[in-house]
Design a protein around this ligand. Structure first.
Ligand SMILES: [Zn+2]
Length: 84
């Protein structure tokens, strides 16, 4: 029997990072490291947006992206950035 509810974490591997692209401009993304082995966001320098990574899952949605400036100021979600 198939286990459907089993939580499966997909680590952000270099291979995965290579195939991910900015949903807006299709450009390359730069990982934002919280620690050497922890990536908390994927930045698109061209769009000045950071796509948050939550529990190892990159949120590749333009409406969820955080402007780079807000990210640097500590915002980790689009809602944070709007409140700032
Ligand atoms: Zn982009």
């Amino acid at each position: 029997m198939e286990e459907k509810n089993k939580e499966r974490r997909v680590p952000l591997s270099p291979d995965l990072l290579r195939i991910l692209a900015c949903p807006k401009c299709k450009g390359d993304l730069t990982p934002c490291h919280l620690a050497p082995d922890v990536i908390e966001g994927l930045a698109c320098p061209a769009c000045a947006l950071v796509y948050p990574v939550r529990e190892d899952i990159p949120i590749m949605l333009i409406e969820e992206a955080v402007p780079s400036q807000a990210w640097t100021a500590g915002a980790r979600s689009a809602a944070d950035a709007r409140d700032a």
